[in-house]
Design a protein around this ligand. Structure first.
Ligand code: TRP
Length: 339
């Protein structure tokens, strides 16, 4: 930085550490995080505490994946000299802010949060929702505001969480009488969510329809071979459907040559472009995209101490920043700081 004060907008985003990241994460967020790390002051949160809100029965899984996700970050090109990578559970200020914020939100408001409503259904929690899960939007508000982030890149499904964060910010600021906390804006990716290879809504490891960033060349071939196309496209010469055809959705997401994709779509619609040829094209693109990521992944996976050092250094920086916000808020609320 040439100036003494870093005026770049602050980004906070993160991932629950429930499993290694996949191609859906790459298209939806990792790629833009790599692109934003110079123009923005970026913090990435390895959200292990949030992962526990629906994985309390398997804390080992959460722990193991903290390192896996950190390795994924480094493998896709997150540069620890530009982006701060930190561990949520090692930042006690986040927990303390959560506890304070819980008094500025109602239970009924939490129950009405559209993200939470859908997620409760997906997980089959019904009446047995862990309190930590219901309240994770408040914890996420603590994450965002503790870093004083103004930009939060999240998927469309998480946009209501930013709304809820800003409600808490406004309530607290009104209570205090000045703007100690700052509101944030959701940055929703222009590309929609990447579907799973089976054409089902969302790529997810638990659905078995994901391509992990660590996929081997054979796993990539296999996934492309299984990819859902147009079930009515029986002969090469038949006209085929592009809409809902997963291969084209992936071409849109990963092929840089827009003109070529448009030409291929026209050809497919007209008839004469077979699934095998189409898939071969996509496979080449995915193999070329994932080969260097896989290589870098293997490199960092063999150097866990190096990765842990990066996490330690990032968490130290994040601790300083989040504790400064907490101290400001405690003082503004008039809480005693005796020791
Ligand atoms: N909710 C995010 C996920 O499901 C992870 C996360 C935790 C997060 N804290 C955050 C994202 C703060 C953005 C901002 O992976």
């Amino acid at each position: 930085m040439s100036s003494l004060i870093d005026t770049r907008p602050v980004i906070l985003t993160g991932d629950r550490t429930t499993g290694p990241l996949h191609l859906g994460h790459y298209a939806g967020s990792l790629k833009s995080r790599v692109a934003l790390q110079r123009s923005h002051r970026q913090f990435l949160l390895l959200a292990d505490t949030q992962a526990l809100t629906d994985n309390a029965h398997d804390p080992q899984r959460v722990r193991r994946n903290v390192l896996e996700v950190a390795i994924d970050y480094l493998a896709v090109g997150i540069d620890p000299a530009l982006t701060t990578i930190c561990v949520q559970s090692a930042l006690p200020a986040l927990a303390e802010l959560t506890l304070l914020y819980l008094n500025f939100v109602t239970v009924s408001r939490l129950e009405r949060n559209p993200t939470i409503k859908t997620e409760i259904q997906l997980r089959g929690f019904e009446r047995d929702v862990p309190a930590g899960f219901l309240c994770y939007p408040v914890a996420q508000a603590a994450d965002i505001t503790a870093f004083k982030a103004t930009v939060v890149p999240v998927g469309e499904d998480q946009a209501p969480l930013i709304e809820q964060t800003n409600e808490i910010v406004r309530r607290l600021n009104r209570q205090i009488g000045r703007d100690v906390l700052v509101e944030a804006t959701a940055m929703v990716p222009s590309v929609g969510r990447l579907p799973g290879v089976d054409g089902k809504a969302k790529m997810s490891k638990s659905q078995g329809n994901a391509i992990p960033l660590s996929a081997s060349p054979d796993e990539i071939s296999d996934a492309v071979r299984r990819m859902y196309t147009d079930p009515d496209h029986l002969r090469v010469g038949d006209p085929g459907r592009v809409e809902g055809n997963v291969v084209f959705t992936y071409m849109d997401a990963f092929c840089e040559d827009r003109q070529l994709v448009d030409d291929m779509k026209a050809h497919y619609r007209r008839g004469g472009l077979g699934d095998v040829a189409l898939k071969r094209y996509l496979e080449d693109i995915l193999q070329a995209l994932l080969a260097p990521i896989r290589e870098r992944r293997a490199y960092f996976a063999a150097e866990p101490d190096y990765v842990l050092d990066i996490m330690r250094e990032g968490t130290r920086k994040a601790k300083e920043r989040t504790e400064a916000t907490l101290a400001e808020l405690r003082a503004a609320l008039g809480l005693f700081s005796l020791i």
